[in-house]
Design a protein around this ligand. Structure first.
Ligand code: FBP
Length: 553
């Protein structure tokens, strides 16, 4: 077998189930919910899902799974169901356990059911390209508690335009699907709501249920405590960061600049900072809130380096979220102008010409960037033709500019230390690790919750598993309306209903804990070493410090 001993051992792990899923149960209505903002406008855009076409003005309700002895939907064994499932967007550890949760629920409560795994993400639905996840072929069993999405693979296509919705509708009709489960982030679950509305309007019987996935941790509400994959990714990064911290304190000669995934939100960087206590961790939301410029950020780091040099410390660790580049106001203005120029077909090979077309402020920023970064900004494009910010080596940019600033201070007699820096990027390696016990258990429960929602005839909901501060047996299970996670955003000149990204809350418990300690960490050597993910023993069931702080607020 190609399995490592640990992979083989993890195959045998059986996540504990919330007790409500271990016996007969039924789905009941819970509290009312409002959209995050613009409730009536959002509901009016989804008349069938919100019930506003019935003149109610839009009533959204939570669903809760409760124990029952009755022979109702999802309670005692029911008729076989036909379910489709797909992964959408970036990988996140635990995804396979969501599918396993779906599979196990169907086998237990709806024997004879069929589970279709759509291949390569939403495209698989539009092309009706799937793999049968049949128990007898043991396809599913060999992925228990394993990392990755490779059982059926993922993709970043969208199902939102009329022809795409029509293609999805045809597949669901042809396959006579009772339900389709979309395992994705904010955009994918926004599309899930659009699809659920479309199916209701067209009289298609396929229910649509979402599952909260993304390592970025920016899909959360009071009903969705966290997205899966965040726990494992932060643990993988924190292990390496902790080791690098100790290396820097041992060699005493390098500053390590570490870029971490997380484009819009800096939850990963904040959690890794709480875990490892580096000298500096930049938080995008704070940079944006204080309207920091590139120079402000560089000065902030140079100040810490200079203060440490006075104590004879020419080493340390700096954490940089990958979205930083978009959150410094002057750089984000430059990127917006470059996007315009690229769309107009400016000659990217001629950097002087590009500079001449920019506003004086943006030209000043552009001209002071290292040539390599200028090239990245002009050459790395995403499929929409925009600057591909996640491919820009922000950590190198900041490192080089700090070096320049320190040289300037040295020339003025304001700094006399030595500065030698090394850059790292931790991203993809955190997305497919063997899931932590938390992610394995949470995902298995989420999969079962999603199946229970479909079995109860629910559509347009996100599966939820809550009460996470207690043992898994006490976790609660249900669903929250996708519309309740939405607000309106101005996109391409019109108001679009989308799921609101949950950014780092400047007043939240995790940020408060970080703010209270960061000055001490900057000056001292307070490094903390979390070590590798544990699967056994008393450290095995800890979750992130972020979630722990939030749950104990
Ligand atoms: P999702 O939001 O789809 O889960 O993806 C998040 C993420 O892992 C980001 O942290 C990162 O910026 C991005 O994916 C990288 O995307 P890609 O896999 O397309 O390079």
């Amino acid at each position: 077998s190609s399995l490592s001993p640990l992979q083989a051992e993890r195959l045998a792990f059986r996540p504990q189930l919330p007790s409500v899923l271990t016996g007969p149960h039924s789905m009941v209505e819970g509290e009312r919910r409002e959209c995050v903002a613009a409730h009536s406008s959002v509901c009016a855009m989804f008349p069938h899902l919100s019930g506003s076409e019935a003149g109610t003005g839009g009533t959204l309700r939570l669903m809760r799974l409760v124990p029952s002895n009755q022979d109702d939907n999802g309670g005692a064994q029911g008729a076989p169901l036909r379910l489709g499932v797909l992964f959408s967007g970036g990988q996140a550890s635990g995804g396979h356990n969501v599918i396993i949760g779906l599979h196990d629920y169907l086998q237990r409560w709806h024997p004879g059911s069929t589970l279709l795994g759509f291949l390569n993400g939403p495209r698989g639905v539009m092309q009706n390209n799937y793999k049968l996840l049949a128990p007898e072929e043991l396809v599913v069993d060999s992925y228990r508690n394993q990392g990755g999405f490779h059982m059926i693979a993922s993709g970043r296509d969208k199902i939102e335009k009329a022809d795409q919705l029509a293609a999805a509708e045809k597949t669901c009709m042809d396959e006579k699907l009772d339900g389709i489960v979309i395992i994705g982030g904010d955009d994918s679950n926004t599309n899930a709501a659009v699809m659920a509305e479309h199916f209701l309007a067209r009289g298609v019987n396929t229910r649509v249920v979402g599952v909260p996935k993304t390592i970025d941790g920016d899909l959360k509400t009071p009903d969705v405590p966290c997205s899966f994959g965040f726990d494992t990714a932060c643990k993988v990064y924190s292990e390496s960061i902790g080791n690098i911290c100790i290396d820097s304190a041992s060699a005493k000669k390098y500053y390590h600049f570490i870029k971490l995934m997380g484009r819009a939100a800096s939850h990963i960087t904040l959690e890794c900072a709480l875990q490892t206590r580096p000298q500096i961790a930049l938080i995008c939301e704070e940079v944006a809130a204080h309207r920091c410029s590139l120079k402000d950020v560089v000065y902030q780091i140079a100040d810490v380096v200079a203060q440490r040099a006075q104590q004879g410390k020419n080493y340390g660790v700096v954490l940089i979220p990958e979205g930083l580049i978009e959150h410094m106001h002057d750089v984000s203005a430059l990127i917006a102008e470059l996007n315009e120029l690229l769309a107009q077909g400016v000659n990217v090979a001629d950097q002087a010409d590009v500079s001449a077309h920019l506003s004086p402020e943006s030209a000043d920023v552009f001209d002071h960037l290292p040539v390599s970064i200028r090239c990245e900004m002009l050459e790395e494009r995403d499929p929409h033709g925009n600057v591909q910010v996640s491919h820009i080596e922000t950590e190198k940019l900041i490192m080089k500019l700090v070096e320049g600033e320190l040289a300037r201070r040295k020339a003025h007699g304001q700094y006399s230390g030595k500065f030698s820096a090394i850059n790292h990027f931790f991203g993809y390696e955190g997305r497919c690790s063997l899931p932590s016990n938390f992610d394995a258990t949470y995902c298995n429960a989420l999969g079962q919750a999603a199946a229970a929602l479909v079995a109860a005839g629910q559509t347009g909901l996100m599966a939820t598993v809550s009460n996470l501060q207690h043992a898994a047996s006490e976790w609660t299970v249900g669903g929250t309306p996708l519309l309740a996670m939405m607000h309106l955003e101005r996109r391409s000149g019109r108001d679009k209903p989308v799921i609101k990204k949950a950014l780092v809350d400047m007043e939240g418990p995790a940020m408060r804990a970080f703010s209270a300690s960061r000055a001490t960490w900057a000056a001292g050597d307070c490094f903390r070493v979390p070590g590798p993910i544990q699967y056994q023993g008393h450290c095995a069931d800890t979750t992130t410090l972020t979630l722990e702080l939030e749950l104990n607020e």
